[in-house]
Design a protein around this ligand. Sequence first.
Ligand SMILES: Cc1cc2nc3c(=O)[nH]c(=O)nc-3n(C[C@H](O)[C@H](O)[C@H](O)COP(=O)(O)O)c2cc1C
Length: 169
Amino acid sequence: MNIAIIYSSRTGNTKTIAESIKEELQNRNIVYFGNATKELPQADIYIIGSWTDKGNATNDIIEVLNKIKNKKIAYFGTAGYGESEEYYKKLFERVKKNIDPSNEILGYFYCQGKMPIQVKEKYEQISQNSENPNLKVAIENFDKALSHPDDKDISNAKEWIRGIVLNKE
Ligand SMILES: Cc1cc2nc3c(=O)[nH]c(=O)nc-3n(C[C@H](O)[C@H](O)[C@H](O)COP(=O)(O)O)c2cc1C
């Protein structure tokens, strides 16, 4: 089984998860590891990852997903919000719309990833003129995200991919 790992990462969180997945699969046939390319690398299993950009995968990753037909796909993502499987499920439902039904979806994995400080500054700025309680929650979440992806996220990602790839061999 040839495996391609294709990911997009702006600030390194998703790259960290991609690298830990690669490490876990070091004895397998990884034919491609890196960012999206114009030509889709040929593989049997595609492990596709993206940071969450306004509720979806990034455009380059969506383009990659659109190109894959009759293959096996596992998806991983990082998101600013954590601790909610419900939220991650919704995110994946959106990503899934870009996956052709001819593919077999092996599963998905998300974890939290720290955000740039400007995000917190923006929340704080808005909260000066707003009583919206969601802002407090957003700021608290920002602080929680700072330590992610952490060792537990990495071991969860490894466990996830191990389960998926072993099942297919
Ligand atoms: C412009 C922008 C939009 C984002 N949109 C979302 C979003 O809709 N939902 C979410 O949970 N996180 C969102 N985030 C947070 C990132 O997805 C998160 O920090 C991710 O781990 C970044 O991964 P990276 O380091 O691989 O780039 C956004 C961050 C930025 C900068």
